[in-house]
Design a protein around this ligand. Structure first.
Ligand code: COA
Length: 354
Protein backbone atom coordinates (compact mmCIF):
# COMPACT_ATOMS: atom_id res chain seq x y z
CA UNK A 1 0.00 0.00 0.00
CA UNK A 2 1.30 3.50 -0.87
CA UNK A 3 1.85 5.79 2.10
CA UNK A 4 1.50 9.55 1.67
CA UNK A 5 3.31 11.85 4.14
CA UNK A 6 2.80 15.51 4.81
CA UNK A 7 6.18 17.30 4.90
CA UNK A 8 6.83 19.62 7.79
CA UNK A 9 7.38 23.25 6.77
CA UNK A 10 11.11 23.47 5.95
CA UNK A 11 13.30 25.02 8.61
CA UNK A 12 15.14 27.04 5.97
CA UNK A 13 16.54 26.88 2.43
CA UNK A 14 19.03 24.15 3.44
CA UNK A 15 16.34 21.74 4.66
CA UNK A 16 17.12 18.27 3.18
CA UNK A 17 13.43 17.48 2.64
CA UNK A 18 13.11 20.60 0.50
CA UNK A 19 16.14 19.46 -1.55
CA UNK A 20 14.57 16.01 -2.04
CA UNK A 21 11.28 17.57 -3.14
CA UNK A 22 13.01 19.87 -5.63
CA UNK A 23 15.00 16.94 -7.06
CA UNK A 24 11.72 15.23 -7.92
CA UNK A 25 10.18 18.43 -9.24
CA UNK A 26 13.20 19.12 -11.48
CA UNK A 27 13.00 15.63 -12.98
CA UNK A 28 9.29 16.07 -13.70
CA UNK A 29 9.86 19.51 -15.28
CA UNK A 30 12.74 18.26 -17.46
CA UNK A 31 10.53 15.38 -18.63
CA UNK A 32 7.62 17.64 -19.61
CA UNK A 33 9.53 20.56 -21.05
CA UNK A 34 12.96 19.36 -22.18
CA UNK A 35 14.55 22.53 -20.74
CA UNK A 36 15.38 23.98 -17.33
CA UNK A 37 13.90 27.46 -17.49
CA UNK A 38 11.24 26.70 -14.84
CA UNK A 39 13.62 25.18 -12.29
CA UNK A 40 13.62 26.92 -8.91
CA UNK A 41 16.44 26.72 -6.38
CA UNK A 42 15.81 25.94 -2.71
CA UNK A 43 16.36 29.60 -1.88
CA UNK A 44 13.69 30.68 -4.37
CA UNK A 45 11.18 28.18 -3.02
CA UNK A 46 12.06 29.05 0.56
CA UNK A 47 11.10 32.67 -0.14
CA UNK A 48 7.56 31.54 -0.98
CA UNK A 49 7.39 29.28 2.06
CA UNK A 50 8.80 31.83 4.47
CA UNK A 51 5.58 33.82 4.96
CA UNK A 52 2.15 32.17 5.00
CA UNK A 53 0.01 35.24 5.65
CA UNK A 54 -1.49 35.22 2.12
CA UNK A 55 -1.12 31.58 1.06
CA UNK A 56 -0.24 28.47 2.98
CA UNK A 57 1.70 25.75 1.17
CA UNK A 58 1.21 22.12 2.18
CA UNK A 59 3.37 19.41 0.61
CA UNK A 60 2.32 15.76 0.38
CA UNK A 61 4.88 13.21 -0.75
CA UNK A 62 5.36 9.53 -1.44
CA UNK A 63 8.93 8.60 -0.50
CA UNK A 64 11.46 5.84 -0.80
CA UNK A 65 13.85 6.60 2.07
CA UNK A 66 14.69 10.27 1.62
CA UNK A 67 13.90 10.24 -2.13
CA UNK A 68 10.59 11.77 -3.19
CA UNK A 69 8.86 9.59 -5.80
CA UNK A 70 5.77 11.77 -6.20
CA UNK A 71 4.32 14.93 -4.72
CA UNK A 72 1.20 17.04 -4.39
CA UNK A 73 2.04 20.65 -3.59
CA UNK A 74 -1.06 22.34 -2.27
CA UNK A 75 -1.59 26.08 -2.14
CA UNK A 76 -4.25 27.14 0.34
CA UNK A 77 -5.21 30.80 -0.11
CA UNK A 78 -5.82 32.52 3.21
CA UNK A 79 -6.69 36.05 2.12
CA UNK A 80 -9.63 35.71 -0.25
CA UNK A 81 -10.56 32.65 -2.33
CA UNK A 82 -10.91 30.68 0.87
CA UNK A 83 -13.17 28.19 -0.92
CA UNK A 84 -10.20 27.01 -3.03
CA UNK A 85 -7.21 24.73 -2.98
CA UNK A 86 -4.67 24.51 -5.83
CA UNK A 87 -2.73 21.30 -6.42
CA UNK A 88 0.42 20.64 -8.42
CA UNK A 89 0.57 16.84 -8.47
CA UNK A 90 3.18 14.70 -10.23
CA UNK A 91 4.98 11.38 -10.04
CA UNK A 92 8.57 10.81 -11.17
CA UNK A 93 8.54 9.33 -14.69
CA UNK A 94 10.10 6.00 -13.58
CA UNK A 95 7.42 5.41 -10.91
CA UNK A 96 4.18 5.96 -12.85
CA UNK A 97 1.26 3.54 -13.27
CA UNK A 98 1.72 2.07 -9.78
CA UNK A 99 -1.04 4.02 -8.08
CA UNK A 100 1.14 6.78 -6.57
CA UNK A 101 -0.74 9.53 -8.39
CA UNK A 102 -4.08 8.17 -7.17
CA UNK A 103 -2.83 7.95 -3.57
CA UNK A 104 -1.61 11.56 -3.73
CA UNK A 105 -4.94 12.66 -5.20
CA UNK A 106 -6.93 10.93 -2.44
CA UNK A 107 -4.70 12.57 0.19
CA UNK A 108 -5.23 15.94 -1.54
CA UNK A 109 -8.99 15.54 -1.20
CA UNK A 110 -8.55 14.70 2.50
CA UNK A 111 -6.61 17.93 3.02
CA UNK A 112 -9.20 19.92 1.03
CA UNK A 113 -11.95 18.61 3.30
CA UNK A 114 -9.90 19.20 6.43
CA UNK A 115 -9.27 22.80 5.31
CA UNK A 116 -12.94 23.34 4.42
CA UNK A 117 -12.18 23.88 0.72
CA UNK A 118 -15.03 22.99 -1.63
CA UNK A 119 -13.15 23.53 -4.92
CA UNK A 120 -9.88 22.03 -6.13
CA UNK A 121 -7.88 23.42 -9.07
CA UNK A 122 -5.18 21.41 -10.84
CA UNK A 123 -2.85 22.35 -13.70
CA UNK A 124 -1.40 20.10 -16.40
CA UNK A 125 1.55 21.23 -18.53
CA UNK A 126 1.94 20.38 -22.22
CA UNK A 127 5.11 20.84 -24.25
CA UNK A 128 3.11 21.66 -27.39
CA UNK A 129 -0.51 22.63 -27.75
CA UNK A 130 -2.22 20.32 -30.28
CA UNK A 131 -4.21 21.75 -33.17
CA UNK A 132 -7.92 21.00 -33.16
CA UNK A 133 -8.59 17.44 -34.31
CA UNK A 134 -9.71 13.96 -33.26
CA UNK A 135 -8.72 13.10 -29.71
CA UNK A 136 -8.29 16.71 -28.58
CA UNK A 137 -10.36 18.38 -25.87
CA UNK A 138 -11.37 22.05 -25.56
CA UNK A 139 -12.78 23.97 -22.59
CA UNK A 140 -16.20 25.64 -22.80
CA UNK A 141 -14.50 28.90 -23.87
CA UNK A 142 -13.63 27.12 -27.14
CA UNK A 143 -10.07 28.52 -26.92
CA UNK A 144 -7.07 26.19 -26.78
CA UNK A 145 -6.75 22.41 -26.97
CA UNK A 146 -5.26 19.53 -24.99
CA UNK A 147 -4.42 16.02 -26.10
CA UNK A 148 -7.06 13.72 -24.62
CA UNK A 149 -4.54 10.84 -24.48
CA UNK A 150 -1.96 12.69 -22.39
CA UNK A 151 -1.47 10.76 -19.09
CA UNK A 152 -2.22 13.83 -16.95
CA UNK A 153 -5.41 14.52 -18.90
CA UNK A 154 -6.61 10.93 -18.53
CA UNK A 155 -5.73 11.01 -14.87
CA UNK A 156 -7.60 14.30 -14.26
CA UNK A 157 -10.66 13.31 -16.26
CA UNK A 158 -10.79 10.00 -14.37
CA UNK A 159 -10.82 11.88 -11.06
CA UNK A 160 -13.83 14.04 -11.85
CA UNK A 161 -11.92 17.19 -12.76
CA UNK A 162 -13.33 19.31 -15.59
CA UNK A 163 -11.26 21.19 -18.19
CA UNK A 164 -11.93 24.90 -17.68
CA UNK A 165 -9.18 26.83 -19.46
CA UNK A 166 -6.12 26.43 -21.69
CA UNK A 167 -3.11 28.73 -21.29
CA UNK A 168 -0.46 29.44 -23.89
CA UNK A 169 3.17 29.64 -22.83
CA UNK A 170 5.20 32.03 -24.99
CA UNK A 171 8.85 32.95 -25.16
CA UNK A 172 10.47 36.19 -26.32
CA UNK A 173 14.14 36.25 -27.25
CA UNK A 174 15.81 39.34 -25.84
CA UNK A 175 17.28 41.88 -26.05
CA UNK A 176 15.12 43.23 -28.86
CA UNK A 177 16.99 45.44 -31.32
CA UNK A 178 16.88 48.98 -29.88
CA UNK A 179 15.16 50.34 -33.01
CA UNK A 180 12.45 47.62 -32.78
CA UNK A 181 11.82 48.41 -29.12
CA UNK A 182 11.81 52.14 -29.85
CA UNK A 183 9.23 51.64 -32.61
CA UNK A 184 6.91 49.75 -30.22
CA UNK A 185 7.37 52.42 -27.59
CA UNK A 186 6.82 55.32 -29.97
CA UNK A 187 3.74 53.70 -31.55
CA UNK A 188 2.13 53.39 -28.11
CA UNK A 189 3.39 56.75 -26.85
CA UNK A 190 1.90 58.50 -29.89
CA UNK A 191 -1.54 57.49 -28.56
CA UNK A 192 -0.89 57.72 -24.81
CA UNK A 193 1.93 60.15 -24.20
CA UNK A 194 0.13 63.42 -23.67
CA UNK A 195 -2.02 62.00 -20.88
CA UNK A 196 0.27 59.42 -19.24
CA UNK A 197 3.79 59.40 -17.83
CA UNK A 198 5.88 56.21 -17.72
CA UNK A 199 7.52 55.39 -14.38
CA UNK A 200 9.88 52.47 -13.64
CA UNK A 201 11.34 50.93 -10.51
CA UNK A 202 13.37 47.92 -9.37
CA UNK A 203 12.14 45.71 -6.50
CA UNK A 204 10.53 48.05 -3.93
CA UNK A 205 7.58 50.08 -5.19
CA UNK A 206 8.03 53.77 -4.27
CA UNK A 207 5.65 54.73 -1.43
CA UNK A 208 3.76 57.15 -3.66
CA UNK A 209 2.53 54.33 -5.96
CA UNK A 210 2.06 51.48 -3.51
CA UNK A 211 -1.67 52.02 -2.85
CA UNK A 212 -2.24 52.29 -6.59
CA UNK A 213 -0.27 49.11 -7.16
CA UNK A 214 -2.45 47.30 -4.61
CA UNK A 215 -5.57 48.35 -6.58
CA UNK A 216 -4.02 46.96 -9.77
CA UNK A 217 -2.96 43.70 -8.07
CA UNK A 218 -6.49 43.25 -6.73
CA UNK A 219 -7.96 43.71 -10.21
CA UNK A 220 -5.35 41.31 -11.63
CA UNK A 221 -6.99 38.37 -9.87
CA UNK A 222 -10.28 38.64 -11.73
CA UNK A 223 -9.86 41.04 -14.70
CA UNK A 224 -7.94 38.53 -16.83
CA UNK A 225 -10.24 35.93 -18.47
CA UNK A 226 -10.94 33.04 -16.06
CA UNK A 227 -12.69 30.51 -18.31
CA UNK A 228 -14.92 28.46 -16.03
CA UNK A 229 -12.63 28.77 -12.99
CA UNK A 230 -14.36 29.85 -9.78
CA UNK A 231 -11.78 32.52 -8.87
CA UNK A 232 -12.99 35.47 -6.82
CA UNK A 233 -11.53 38.89 -6.11
CA UNK A 234 -8.95 38.94 -3.29
CA UNK A 235 -8.36 41.95 -1.04
CA UNK A 236 -5.03 43.74 -1.62
CA UNK A 237 -3.55 46.68 0.25
CA UNK A 238 -0.12 48.25 0.58
CA UNK A 239 0.87 45.80 3.34
CA UNK A 240 0.16 42.83 1.06
CA UNK A 241 2.27 44.39 -1.70
CA UNK A 242 5.12 44.79 0.81
CA UNK A 243 4.80 41.15 1.91
CA UNK A 244 5.04 40.01 -1.74
CA UNK A 245 8.14 42.18 -2.19
CA UNK A 246 9.68 40.71 0.95
CA UNK A 247 9.00 37.13 -0.20
CA UNK A 248 10.69 37.88 -3.51
CA UNK A 249 13.67 39.45 -1.72
CA UNK A 250 13.97 36.37 0.51
CA UNK A 251 13.86 34.27 -2.68
CA UNK A 252 16.72 36.28 -4.18
CA UNK A 253 14.40 37.37 -7.03
CA UNK A 254 14.53 40.80 -8.64
CA UNK A 255 11.42 42.55 -9.91
CA UNK A 256 11.45 45.18 -12.64
CA UNK A 257 8.26 47.23 -12.90
CA UNK A 258 7.03 49.78 -15.41
CA UNK A 259 3.87 51.80 -14.75
CA UNK A 260 1.83 54.47 -16.48
CA UNK A 261 0.60 57.39 -14.37
CA UNK A 262 -2.41 59.40 -15.52
CA UNK A 263 -1.04 62.95 -15.37
CA UNK A 264 -4.36 64.69 -14.67
CA UNK A 265 -5.29 62.58 -11.62
CA UNK A 266 -1.98 61.04 -10.49
CA UNK A 267 -3.57 57.57 -10.75
CA UNK A 268 -1.33 54.56 -11.42
CA UNK A 269 -3.31 53.43 -14.48
CA UNK A 270 -1.23 50.45 -15.66
CA UNK A 271 1.68 48.27 -14.65
CA UNK A 272 3.76 45.36 -15.84
CA UNK A 273 6.39 43.30 -14.02
CA UNK A 274 9.37 41.16 -15.02
CA UNK A 275 10.58 38.77 -12.32
CA UNK A 276 14.16 37.45 -12.48
CA UNK A 277 15.01 34.37 -10.47
CA UNK A 278 18.05 32.14 -10.26
CA UNK A 279 18.34 31.33 -13.98
CA UNK A 280 21.10 33.56 -15.31
CA UNK A 281 19.62 33.95 -18.80
CA UNK A 282 15.87 33.55 -18.24
CA UNK A 283 13.19 35.78 -16.71
CA UNK A 284 9.42 35.83 -16.31
CA UNK A 285 7.02 38.32 -17.81
CA UNK A 286 4.67 38.46 -14.83
CA UNK A 287 1.48 40.47 -14.30
CA UNK A 288 0.36 43.21 -16.66
CA UNK A 289 -2.83 45.18 -16.10
CA UNK A 290 -4.45 48.38 -17.31
CA UNK A 291 -7.18 49.75 -15.05
CA UNK A 292 -10.61 49.26 -16.64
CA UNK A 293 -11.24 53.03 -16.86
CA UNK A 294 -7.90 53.59 -18.68
CA UNK A 295 -8.11 50.94 -21.41
CA UNK A 296 -7.88 51.73 -25.12
CA UNK A 297 -4.85 54.07 -24.86
CA UNK A 298 -2.13 51.50 -25.75
CA UNK A 299 -0.94 51.51 -22.15
CA UNK A 300 -0.34 47.75 -22.22
CA UNK A 301 2.22 48.09 -25.01
CA UNK A 302 3.60 51.32 -23.52
CA UNK A 303 4.52 49.75 -20.16
CA UNK A 304 5.74 46.46 -21.65
CA UNK A 305 8.07 48.23 -24.11
CA UNK A 306 9.36 50.47 -21.28
CA UNK A 307 10.02 47.45 -19.06
CA UNK A 308 11.87 45.54 -21.80
CA UNK A 309 14.10 48.61 -22.19
CA UNK A 310 14.63 48.56 -18.42
CA UNK A 311 15.46 44.81 -18.64
CA UNK A 312 18.16 45.43 -21.26
CA UNK A 313 19.75 48.00 -18.94
CA UNK A 314 19.36 46.22 -15.61
CA UNK A 315 19.86 42.58 -16.63
CA UNK A 316 21.75 42.44 -19.95
CA UNK A 317 22.51 38.71 -19.58
CA UNK A 318 18.83 37.70 -19.88
CA UNK A 319 18.20 36.03 -23.28
CA UNK A 320 14.66 34.62 -22.90
CA UNK A 321 11.51 35.92 -21.28
CA UNK A 322 8.61 33.49 -20.70
CA UNK A 323 4.95 34.30 -20.09
CA UNK A 324 1.56 32.63 -19.64
CA UNK A 325 -1.73 33.86 -21.10
CA UNK A 326 -5.20 32.36 -21.34
CA UNK A 327 -5.83 31.38 -24.96
CA UNK A 328 -8.98 33.56 -24.97
CA UNK A 329 -7.06 36.63 -23.73
CA UNK A 330 -6.95 38.15 -27.21
CA UNK A 331 -5.88 41.67 -26.19
CA UNK A 332 -2.88 40.58 -24.13
CA UNK A 333 -1.84 37.95 -26.68
CA UNK A 334 -2.01 40.54 -29.48
CA UNK A 335 0.48 42.76 -27.62
CA UNK A 336 2.77 39.83 -26.87
CA UNK A 337 2.68 38.53 -30.45
CA UNK A 338 3.43 42.04 -31.74
CA UNK A 339 6.48 42.17 -29.43
CA UNK A 340 7.69 38.81 -30.82
CA UNK A 341 6.60 36.31 -28.15
CA UNK A 342 6.26 32.88 -29.84
CA UNK A 343 4.06 29.94 -28.67
CA UNK A 344 6.17 27.42 -26.78
CA UNK A 345 3.71 25.00 -25.17
CA UNK A 346 1.15 25.60 -22.48
CA UNK A 347 -0.96 24.25 -19.67
CA UNK A 348 -4.56 23.48 -18.88
CA UNK A 349 -6.55 24.33 -15.76
CA UNK A 350 -8.93 21.79 -14.28
CA UNK A 351 -11.53 22.18 -11.54
CA UNK A 352 -13.47 19.86 -9.31
CA UNK A 353 -16.12 20.73 -6.74
CA UNK A 354 -16.24 18.46 -3.75
C1 COA B 1 -0.74 12.10 -14.11
C2 COA B 1 0.22 11.39 -13.16
C3 COA B 1 0.26 12.18 -11.86
C4 COA B 1 -0.32 9.99 -12.89
O1 COA B 1 0.51 9.39 -11.89
P1 COA B 1 0.49 7.77 -11.71
O2 COA B 1 1.20 7.47 -10.46
O3 COA B 1 0.97 7.16 -12.96
O4 COA B 1 -1.07 7.55 -11.53
P2 COA B 1 -1.79 6.18 -11.15
O5 COA B 1 -0.85 5.02 -11.31
O6 COA B 1 -2.43 6.37 -9.83
O7 COA B 1 -2.88 6.10 -12.31
C5 COA B 1 -4.21 6.43 -12.08
C6 COA B 1 -5.01 6.39 -13.37
O8 COA B 1 -4.67 7.52 -14.20
C7 COA B 1 -4.82 7.12 -15.58
N1 COA B 1 -3.51 7.18 -16.24
C8 COA B 1 -2.36 7.57 -15.66
N2 COA B 1 -1.36 7.51 -16.58
C9 COA B 1 -1.90 7.07 -17.73
C10 COA B 1 -1.37 6.77 -19.02
N3 COA B 1 -0.06 6.92 -19.29
N4 COA B 1 -2.21 6.36 -19.96
C11 COA B 1 -3.51 6.19 -19.70
N5 COA B 1 -4.07 6.41 -18.48
C12 COA B 1 -3.26 6.87 -17.51
C13 COA B 1 -5.31 5.68 -15.56
O9 COA B 1 -6.72 5.73 -15.54
C14 COA B 1 -4.76 5.18 -14.25
O10 COA B 1 -5.42 4.10 -13.72
P3 COA B 1 -4.91 2.60 -14.13
O11 COA B 1 -3.42 2.57 -13.95
O12 COA B 1 -5.65 1.74 -13.16
O13 COA B 1 -5.30 2.43 -15.54
C15 COA B 1 1.63 11.28 -13.81
O14 COA B 1 1.50 10.77 -15.12
C16 COA B 1 2.39 12.57 -13.87
O15 COA B 1 3.09 12.94 -12.93
N6 COA B 1 2.25 13.36 -14.98
C17 COA B 1 2.87 14.67 -15.07
C18 COA B 1 2.15 15.70 -14.15
C19 COA B 1 0.66 15.76 -14.41
O16 COA B 1 0.21 15.74 -15.54
N7 COA B 1 -0.14 15.85 -13.34
C20 COA B 1 -1.58 15.84 -13.43
C21 COA B 1 -2.18 16.63 -12.32
S1 COA B 1 -3.95 16.55 -12.34
Amino acid sequence: MTTVHELATPAGPDDPDLAALLDAEHEVLADVWGHHDFVQTARERWGQLSDDRDDRLITLVVRDGRDVLGYAQLEVPTRGNEHLLYVDLAVRPGHRRHGLGSALWDATLDVARREGRGTVFAGIDQRTEPVDGPGTLAPATGSGRVDGDQPGVRFAAGRGLGLEQVDRYSVLHVPLAPEVLAAHHEGAAAVADADYQVVTWVDRCPDEWVDGLAVLEQAMGTDAPLGGLDLREEPWDAARVRRMEQRRATSGQRTLTAGAVHRATGTLAAFTQLVLGSRPDFGWQHDTLVRADHRGHRLGMLVKAANLAQLAEQAPRIRRVGTWNAEENAHMLAINVALGFAPSGGSSSWQRRL
